[in-house]
Design a protein around this ligand. Structure first.
Ligand code: ADP
Length: 296
């Protein structure tokens, strides 16, 4: 069996499958081991969070973290209590996008406290690194342990929504999130017009289906160009591909976000785009997607 095939094994079959080297088997075994530790604590913490959404993508560079940050911000700005958990362990970009580089976690009476920006509660592996350029060199079981700690030891308080940004692909981090979170509401899959035909997007959707995670929908990012002067959106790559692909795969289409140079500019400056450029078409698109997600 190839590694790729092993990744897509159904973990519920692990008890009966004889392949001892399979990645799914070791993950499932690990899950059982760690779940025995303190499931009650994990459930209590997560029980205070009404909706939990994972943001995934097939490949890097499609704007997955941008979407996660701006959906979380948008939901917070509309009056919800929102948390953002960045488990992109090898490339955490949330601290940069929200101007939180150098922030450290502090302890409160009931656990570690997320960093707050505006009213948004943020937690990123970036807050654990001495230097932003330090690499994270962890194997799968360690990654799952850290993600579990983020969910179990952090005092998120009562939240309406937790948005979880995972690395691209279908590796340890998304698998851990899907296995560890009881009552995960589902996944938002981010792609770009030129990547909708790529099998990576379909892999992400199939990954969710195999793990029994609901696909809340597909977001097509960098869809057309929003003129910074007049706001008109011009399609520059194949239009509506995301919608067609979502229909073909039998999952909802949540909306399109245009390319806006300010998204990148403000992201690099650590300013939340939906807040700083609230009147732009792209910010409107983020708000529309939050409405589609019906996070109330
Ligand atoms: P990923 O998490 O998929 O690797 P990022 O969210 O880090 O991707 O985005 C990659 C780059 O693209 C960043 O510089 C980001 O600012 C930029 N970007 C994302 N979405 C848009 C958009 N709609 N318009 C312009 N730039 C964007």
């Amino acid at each position: 069996m190839t590694n790729e095939e092993k990744q897509s094994c159904d973990p519920s079959q692990c008890e009966t499958c004889g392949d001892a080297s399979c990645a799914s088997r070791s993950q499932a075994g690990l899950h059982h081991a760690v779940s025995g530790l303190d499931d009650a604590k994990l459930r209590t913490r997560l029980g205070r969070i009404r909706r939990k959404i994972i943001v995934m993508s097939g490949k890097g560079g499609v704007g997955k973290s941008t979407v996660a940050v701006n959906l979380a911000m948008s939901a917070m700005l509309s009056g919800r209590r929102v948390g953002l958990l960045d488990v992109d362990l090898h490339g955490p970009s949330v601290p940069v996008m929200l101007g939180l580089v150098g922030c450290r976690l502090e302890s409160g009476d009931e656990g570690m406290l997320p960093v707050e920006v505006g009213g948004l509660k943020v937690l990123s592996v970036g807050f654990l690194l001495k230097h932003p350029d330090d690499p994270v060199i962890w194997r799968g079981p360690m990654k799952m342990g850290v993600i579990r700690q983020f969910l179990e030891e952090v005092d998120w308080g009562d939240l309406d929504l937790l948005v979880i940004d995972v690395p691209p692909g279908t590796g340890d981090e998304p698998l851990s999130v899907c296995q560890l979170i009881p009552g995960l509401d589902g996944a938002v899959i981010v792609t770009t017009p030129q990547k909708v035909a790529a099998s990576d997007v379909r892999k992400s959707i199939n990954f969710c289906k195999e793990l029994g995670v609901r696909v809340l929908g597909v977001v097509e990012n960098m869809s057309g160009f929003a003129c910074p002067k007049c706001g008109e959106v011009t399609p520059i790559l194949r239009a509506h591909g995301g919608r067609v692909m979502a229909e073909e795969m039998g999952v909802p289409f949540l909306g399109s976000i245009p390319i806006d140079p300010l998204v990148a500019e403000l992201g690099d400056e650590g300013k939340a785009f939906v807040e700083s450029a609230a009147c732009s078409p792209a910010a409107g698109a983020f708000r529309e997607i939050v409405r589609e997600l019906a996070v109330d």
